[in-house]
Design a protein around this ligand. Structure first.
Ligand code: EPU
Length: 443
C-alpha cells in the first residue's frame, strides 16, 4: 500500500507547470464556500507522525500539491502513507530506511525542513537538504539548526546538506529564539517531545497551527503545553503512540475568500471557517468597511453596500500571530487597491513579499513600492484584464482576486504555485459564480 498513488489527483506536476488560469472578471461572488484544512498545520502533523511506529490518521487534510509532495518525501524514507479517502491520510513510520531528505524535496517545498526535528529525535540521525530561499525572501534555517544544537544535536553543514546526529538521545534544554519563528518553534517541539528531560521554548510562535500541533502531540502521549502565551514547555518521553486528528481549518484560505467577497462587492458564506483565528484580519475588514459576521463555524461576508458607499483605505502592518498574518497581506493589498484614499503597507515578516505588487500594477492598480518592506497603494483604481505571472502561492491567489475584480479577461501564468496551497480553488470560485478556467498554457 506504501506505493499507492493518491487516486484523485487530476494532474501530474509536469502538467501543472504548464497551466494558466483564465478569468473573466467583473462578476459579484455569491453563495457558500467550504473552507479546507490548513496547509500549514497538515504538513507539520504529517511530520509529527514520524515520531511513532504506530499508525496516525488525519482527516480534513487539504488536497493540495504540498501535501502530495510531503507524502512522497515520507514514502521515500520508508514511511507508509495511505490515502484511503479524499482528505484523509494514514501514516505509519516503522523503521525508516533512508534518513535522507534530498535537495529535490527541499526545492519543491521549503516545509520539508520540518522533518529535521522529528527524525533526529526518533532515529538519532538525518541528512537533510538546506531549503535555501524562495520568491518571498532568503528564508534561512539557522534558527532551526540552533534549536537542535540547544537540545544536544551535533550538526555539520557540507555541500548544501545538514548532517545531524544526536549521540545517544537528544536532551531537554532551553531554546531561546532571537525572533519569533513558526516552523522553528514547531521543529524544536517535534524534537523535544522525545528528548531526555525538560525543554523550554521561548519566545514560542502563537499561530493556531502551532496549537493544533500541540493538541495532536498531546493525543500521541507527549507532555507538551503552552505555559504562557509565548512559552512552550515539554517533558520528553521515550515513546509516543499513534493518534487521530482533524486538521484545523485554514484561516488564510478563509481570509482569501473574505477578500474575494470584498473586491467583487459580493455576499458569501464561509463554512467550517475559523473566526477565532482571524482577529487582526477582521479588524482590517472593519476599517475598510467590509461587513463580516461570525457564527459558530460560519462567517457571513457582505460587501454589497460597497455599490453605494465606497470602501475605505487603511494602513496595515504584518506581524507574527496574533498580529496580522503576512500570508494575508497580498490579498488585502488587492482590496486596498479598490478602497478610497492612500493606504500604507508595512510587511515586517518577510523581505521581497511586496514584489508581486508589480503584477497588480500591470492590472491598473496605483502602487508604489518604497523598499522591500514598505508600499503605498492609492485607490480606488479600476482594474483591467492583463497577462500576469504568479511568483509564489499567496501572490498567486491574490492575482486571482484581482482578476475577479477586473474588467475584461486576465490570463495568469504559473498556476502550479496556487495548487501548492489552495484546494480546488478554481472550482470553489466557479461555485460562487466566477468565470474561471484552468487551461494548458498556450491554449
Ligand atoms: N527566519 C530566520 N531563520 C530561521 C527561520 C526564520 O531568519 O531559521 C526568519 C524568516 O526569514 C522570517 C522570520 O524569521 O523573516 C519568520 O519566519 P518563520 O520561521 O516564522 O516562517 P516559516 O515558519 O518558515 C511559516 C509558514 C509561512 C508563513 C510564516 C509566517 C509554513 C510551512 N510556512 O513559515 O507560510 O508565512 O510561517 O507566518 O508553516 C505560506 O503558507 O504561503 C507561507 C509562506
Amino acid at each position: 500500500m506504501a506505493d499507492a498513488r493518491p487516486f484523485h489527483w487530476e494532474f501530474e506536476p509536469d502538467q501543472v507547470d504548464r497551466e494558466v488560469f483564465r478569468i473573466e472578471g467583473g462578476r459579484r461572488l455569491e453563495g457558500t464556500v467550504r473552507i479546507s484544512g490548513a496547509k500549514n498545520a497538515a504538513l507539520k502533523l504529517m511530520a509529527a507522525a514520524t515520531l511513532t511506529g504506530e499508525r496516525c490518521r488525519f482527516t480534513n487534510v487539504p488536497e493540495i500539491e504540498d501535501v502530495r509532495v510531503l507524502a512522497e518525501v515520507l514514502r521515500d524514507i520508508g514511511v507508509t502513507v495511505d490515502h484511503p479517502a479524499p482528505n484523509t491520510y494514514e501514516l505509519a513510520c516503522g523503521d525508516a530506511e533512508w534518513l535522507f531528505v534530498p535537495l529535490e524535496a527541499a526545492a519543491k517545498m521549503r516545509a520539508s525542513f520540518i522533518l529535521l526535528g522529528p527524525l533526529l529525535a526518533r532515529f538519532g540521525r538525518v541528512i537533510i537538504s538546506n531549503p535555501g530561499g524562495d520568491r518571498i525572501g532568503r528564508r534561512p534555517v539557522n534558527l532551526h539548526v540552533d534549536a537542535m544544537r540547544a537540545l544536544g544535536a551535533e550538526i555539520d553543514y557540507r555541500n548544501g546538506y545538514y548532517f545531524a546526529k544526536a549521540p545517544g538521545r537528544l536532551r531537554g534544554g532551553h531554546v531561546v529564539f532571537p525572533q519569533i519563528t513558526v516552523m522553528g518553534t514547531e521543529n524544536a517541539m517535534l524534537a523535544a517531545v522525545l528528548a531526555d528531560g525538560h525543554t523550554v521554548i521561548e519566545p514560542a510562535a502563537q499561530e493556531p497551527e502551532v496549537d493544533d500541533l500541540i493538541e495532536f502531540l498531546q493525543q500521541m502521549g507527549a507532555e507538551v503545553e503552552r505555559t504562557s502565551p509565548t512559552r512552550i514547555e515539554i517533558e520528553g518521553r521515550r515513546r509516543l503512540r499513534g493518534a487521530d486528528h482533524r486538521v484545523v481549518p485554514d484561516r488564510i484560505e478563509a481570509g482569501t475568500f473574505i477578500v474575494a467577497a470584498g473586491v467583487t462587492h459580493g455576499r458569501v458564506t464561509l463554512q467550517d471557517a475559523p473566526c477565532d483565528h482571524l482577529g487582526a484580519f477582521l479588524g482590517v475588514m472593519a476599517d475598510v468597511g467590509v461587513s463580516v459576521h461570525c457564527g459558530r463555524d460560519t462567517i457571513e461576508v457582505d460587501a454589497t453596500e460597497a455599490d453605494l458607499r465606497p470602501l475605505r483605505g487603511c494602513d496595515i502592518e504584518t506581524d507574527p500571530y496574533p498580529g496580522l498574518a503576512t500570508d494575508l497581506q497580498p490579498p488585502i493589498c488587492v482590496l486596498l487597491s479598490q478602497t478610497e484614499g492612500i493606504s500604507h503597507v508595512h510587511e515586517t515578516v518577510f523581505e521581497d513579499r511586496l514584489e508581486w505588487l508589480g503584477e497588480l500594477r500591470r492590472m491598473g492598480a496605483r502602487v508604489e513600492i518604497s523598499d522591500s518592506h514598505h508600499a503605498t497603494i492609492e485607490g480606488p483604481s479600476p482594474l483591467h484584464g492583463a497577462e500576469v505571472e504568479i511568483g509564489d502561492l499567496r501572490a498567486g491567489a491574490s492575482l486571482i482576486l484581482a482578476a475577479l475584480a477586473a474588467n475584461g479577461t486576465t490570463t495568469i501564468r504559473g498556476a502550479h504555485h496556487v495548487h501548492r496551497g489552495y484546494e480546488k480553488i478554481d472550482r470553489k470560485f466557479l461555485e460562487l459564480g466566477a468565470r474561471i478556467e484552468r487551461l494548458a498554457e498556450g491554449t
